[in-house]
Design a protein around this ligand. Structure first.
Ligand SMILES: Nc1ncnc2c1ncn2[C@@H]1O[C@H](COP(=O)(O)OP(=O)(O)O)[C@@H](O)[C@H]1O
Ligand SMILES: [Mg+2]
Length: 245
């Protein structure tokens, strides 16, 4: 559904992305793994049409979308909820922009993620993890079929993170939008994704593409298997080369 071909991006003299090629199939969960500052968020801004590449094409459902906004659903690195809107009003926002929101559906999702009693609360009254869930449900309820998530769990502690990863998987298994998920955690990429792209340090080039062989549904017992550990080691070899000065 999404295909990126030969993408180059620079900010002035600073080359950030170099000849990036990748694709996401229908209903596929793809992770992009790369060191911080490598250009991952830039890649999402390009897909979202917020900025334009120097070279290359971004194709969504057979249409070139370079520089076109509003065609994908995007959850930025920091949950950007509107403080003056209640949880429910925030959740229906994306749907409001593209048509009539389904308030009942929004309420059902809030209930599924344990936030039913908070639908009339304001973002300031929620914990970080709760805000992430609200932001995620908002992205999920938009009409777009591709969901781009930029390091949604990187600010959370280990316990909350594993809980949120499990929660994301259970929601995704029910909903199965195509997902592009940015992370700098090898474990997170393996646990969640069907396929992983590994980026080099800046200027980011595509170092490797790895298919994750583990069946679904997955749970945290996977994290303790030798197969999981072996794959982690294998991916670490690519990352290791990027740490060397
Ligand atoms: N608007 C901008 N103008 C100039 N440089 C930028 C801009 N946005 C990001 N950069 C630089 O581009 C590089 C990649 O940034 P980013 O895509 O945010 O990396 P990542 O998300 O992988 O941490 C960084 O060196 C950053 O400082
Ligand atoms: Mg980033």
């Amino acid at each position: 559904m999404l295909t990126i071909n030969g993408l180059d991006k620079a900010y002035g003299d600073l080359s950030v992305l170099k000849n990036i090629n990748l694709h996401v199939r229908d209903r596929e969960f793809v992770a992009i793994l790369g060191p911080s500052g490598s250009g991952k968020s830039t890649l999402f801004q390009l897909i979202g049409g917020i900025i334009k590449p120097e070279h290359g094409t971004i194709t969504l459902n057979n249409e070139v979308i370079n520089g076109k906004k509003g065609l994908i659903s995007y959850m930025p690195q920091q949950p950007s909820l509107f403080p003056w809107r209640t949880v429910l009003e925030n959740v229906v926002l994306a749907a409001e922009l593209t048509g009539k929101p389904n308030v009942e559906e929004a309420k059902q999702w809030l209930e599924k993620v344990g936030l039913a009693e908070f639908e009339n609360s304001y973002p300031i009254d929620l914990s970080g993890g709760m805000r992430q869930r609200v932001s995620f449900i908002r992205a999920l309820l938009s009409k777009q079929s591709l969901l781009c998530l930029d390091e949604p769990f990187s600010a959370l502690d280990e316990f909350t993170r594993i809980k949120m990863q499990k929660w994301l998987l259970s929601v995704w298994e029910e909903n199965r939008k195509s997902v592009l998920f940015i992370t700098h955690s090898i474990e997170e990429a393996i646990f969640l994704a069907d396929r992983i792209y590994v980026l080099s340090k800046r200027p980011a080039t595509m170092k490797a593409e790895i298919t994750v062989p583990f069946s679904r549904p997955r749970n945290e017992s996977l994290l303790e298997t030798t197969e999981f550990f072996d794959l982690k080691q294998q991916i670490f070899q690519y990352i290791k080369e990027e740490i060397v000065e």
